[in-house]
Write a protein that binds this ligand. Sequence first.
Ligand code: NDP
Length: 486
Amino acid sequence: MLELHNYIAGEWSAPGVELPQQICNANTGEVLLQQRGSTPVQISTAIDAAVKVHREGTWRNLSGDERAAHMLRIGDAIEELIKDIASVDAITTGVPITHTQTLARVCGIAFRTAAKLSRESSSIRRETDFEIERLPLGPAAIIAPWNAPAGIACHKLASALAAGCPVLFKPSEWAPLSGQLITQAISKLDLPRGLFQLIHGDGMTGAALAGDPRVAAVSFTGGLEAGRAVAASCAHQIKPAQLELGGNNPLVILPDADLAPSVDGVVASLTTLNGQWCRALGRLIVHEDLHDDVVETVLHRLNSLVIGDSRDHETEMGPMVHRQHRDHVLAAISDYEQLGGTVHRAGTLPELAGWFLQPTLVTGVAPADALGEIFGPVATVHKFSNTDEAVSLANLAPYGLAAYVFGGQTNAYTVAKQIEAGMVKINSVTLFSPHPDAPRPAWKMSGMGEEGTRETFEFFRGSRVVGAPQGIPASAAAEQLQGTGT
Ligand code: NDP
């Protein structure tokens, strides 16, 4: 059986708490390793070490160029492990290897991008009688989910380090192995002890990190419930929290949409990362004239989807991450049935003992009963007769992460611009943003503290204005006061 190790203050050690759950191969149910958590002493020792690094200035006082050089070395070290990272993430999360390979490549890219930001983003702007510094906030807790564990973590880790913050990294205990590989790569480099630390554990460990006043900022990706807990402890300490939470994302098919690309979009948004994707389809909102054709064609397409072992390169959809999550998704489908829905399952399951289920559409559920996040390959289908109705259905959910609109360009743009979501894609469903520099915003209960290449980097920095401004003319002072809102 594999084992988990913390990396605290430059030393590897066993996490001191045995957790009740085990991590399995999602394809077969075979037990791989015991989940472990960190003791309060281990967590506190790690935070102390991060505070020490920050106070001593061995990282934060480096120039942008010096930090960039380290970031490139980290990127190189991680790139040597891409195959291993992709492999462990495919086995533990059930996401097909073709996707985990792409996401593993993002890890190295994240460090290269952060190196560029570190080099190019000035940390000081000097005026005649004052200066504005952009300074690292201090020890940062990075709390990552299991669904795309390596890619999501590396974006945050690289941004925090490039900004000058020591990092306390807690991966999800459902998919901790890629985080451990990333840490192994970083631990071989000559970096200050305590700059980068890995602290294994479940929500208790995450909560202890987020709630510790010595931690200056928290970047969290995960579900609403844990996000709320993190937000509450950060609110109590008035410290910055970046929260990327769930969604119940609509895909709208307008009457002038082409059937084939719309169906492609539905299948992709329903099954990418096995539907365990924050931007996955939750509600399919279809014009009444196209409804029956769309449902029938989507189910037909899903019937030929290759559902199988996530390690197989032919597999298009793998299993759910763990048994409880598979059961949660099945229970959500049953709930829809109880609410009067008709369940349409498609696809053939492999003869494997893992946590597989068929992608599913559910028709006939009232829109108001289909607003939560399921986080699996399940979507409800709703009809509309005019675009105002389509927009209000799309905006009904309390979430606002992603949306998709299929239709003629003009109509699709008009509808897209009325949808309350951070990212609205027109006639396309893709795993990544339209451009690496595009922010990845979240509206409503999908999060706060915008994510993005520059946005996440800047999240970890704060400003300090220092100087002895002299003799501001009265008219300029009045203008300034207006700007302050005093
Ligand atoms: P969870 O919220 O269960 O967990 C996320 C992380 O937080 C894990 O490391 C978890 O530990 C930890 N955690 C759990 N409880 C707490 C707590 N009280 N305080 C601090 N940390 C805690 O999410 P999942 O891992 O199940 O991931 C799926 C969710 O993530 C979905 O809702 C999805 O939409 C969202 N997500 C959002 C993205 C976005 O960009 N908006 C991207 C990807 C996912 P452990 O797992 O070890 O228990």
